[in-house]
Design a protein around this ligand. Structure first.
Ligand code: DAH
Length: 338
């Protein structure tokens, strides 16, 4: 009699434990609790049966039944805590908390400045073209009238890929490529990456330029100045003054370096412009007849101008930055300002 009872108590305990552990929701667990531990559950029934046992076996059987019930109750408690830990109940969810904003990407300030420069020239009538970053010596130097011993060909400045291939040191090869492709009128701007063996506060081994070229009949130096004045007004502020200083580039004759009135002091002189009142922004000039010879343009029939500007330099002047390396350090605190 008593051994049967004890066996039954153990079975109820193990079924109860299994049911509690298998419950996947609080509702399921509660149903199992009622079935086993409830006032009319299986353990309650067991206790009733205990009353019918003979007096002499009752203490031992009772002890056994209590132990089984206590064990099942412990399993129930553990299952309940586990469910509460894992579950998101209504109390633990505060729907009034602000959401977490995703951090969206944005265009890099150099890409934005390049696009802005191109948009200004597009509005003036120029087309936008792109060309290879790995160039031949021919397009990067030879067809641009660089004599073989010109310092710009020096190993110091140029990354060579092979004897004849190099990373373009400027976007000027696009002048030759554009003129080869079509006859005048040619109105192009060519943005892109350029490379030089140079690295300090104002030089980066990879930087960006926008090249410009306009060739047609009767184009003069006055047209160059007009276009660049218009560009400076759009890029900086409407009354930005520019000045042209005589300079030298192998592929332009005459050549000029172009300055804008200092964006900080307006020309009075300050730390940014080294008290000169002017900031250099680009190189330019009238296309050299020697370059026309490489693309079979007749210099008696056509004339034109070219210019090349540094995107980093324009961005630094526009936003008052003093270290070119900031652009490439991927510091979101810096980049997110723009
Ligand atoms: N390619 C020159 C450089 O990187 C810049 C330049 C000067 C471009 C004069 C031109 C130009 O088109 O006419 O230093």
């Amino acid at each position: 009699m008593s051994s049967q009872f004890i066996e039954k108590a153990r079975q109820v305990e193990s079924r109860a434990s299994e049911a509690f552990k298998a419950a996947t929701s609080e509702a399921e667990l509660e149903a199992a609790r009622i079935a086993f531990l409830g006032a009319r559950g299986l353990f309650a029934e067991l206790m009733k049966e205990l009353g019918q046992l003979p007096n002499e076996v009752r203490p031992q059987a009772g002890g056994e039944a209590n132990r089984a019930r206590k064990k099942a109750t412990e399993v129930y408690q553990a299952a309940k805590e586990a469910l509460e830990r894992g579950a998101v109940s209504e109390d633990s969810l505060d729907v009034t908390l602000p959401g977490r904003r995703p951090a969206p990407g944005r265009r890099h300030i150099i890409s934005r400045t390049t696009a802005e420069i191109c948009a200004i020239f597009a509005q003036l009538g120029f087309s936008i073209v792109e060309g290879p970053e790995v160039e031949t010596d021919y397009y990067n130097f030879e067809a641009l009238n660089f004599p073989p011993d010109h310092p710009s060909r020096d190993m110091q400045d140029t990354f060579f890929v092979s004897r004849d291939l190099l990373l373009r040191t400027h976007t000027s090869p696009m002048q030759v490529r554009s003129m080869e492709k079509s006859r005048p009128p040619v109105w192009v701007v060519a943005p892109g990456k350029t490379y030089r063996r140079d690295s300090d506060i104002s030089h980066s081994p990879m930087f960006h330029q926008v090249e410009g070229l306009l060739v047609d009949r009767g184009i003069t130096f006055a047209d160059l100045k007009g276009i660049l004045t218009s560009f400076a007004a759009s890029m900086f502020s409407p009354d930005t003054k520019i000045r042209l200083r005589p300079s030298f580039f192998p592929f332009t004759e005459p050549s000029a370096e172009v300055d804008i009135a200092c964006v900080l002091c307006g020309g009075r002189g300050c730390r940014l412009c080294g008290d000169s009142g002017w900031l250099e922004i680009l190189g330019s000039g009238m296309v050299d007849p020697n370059v026309y010879a490489f693309v079979n343009y007749d210099p008696e029939e056509f004339s034109g101008f070219a210019f090349g500007l540094g995107v980093e330099r324009v961005a630094m002047l526009k936003y008052g930055l003093d270290d070119i390396r900031m652009f490439y350090e991927s510091d979101l605190r810096f980049l997110a300002q723009f």
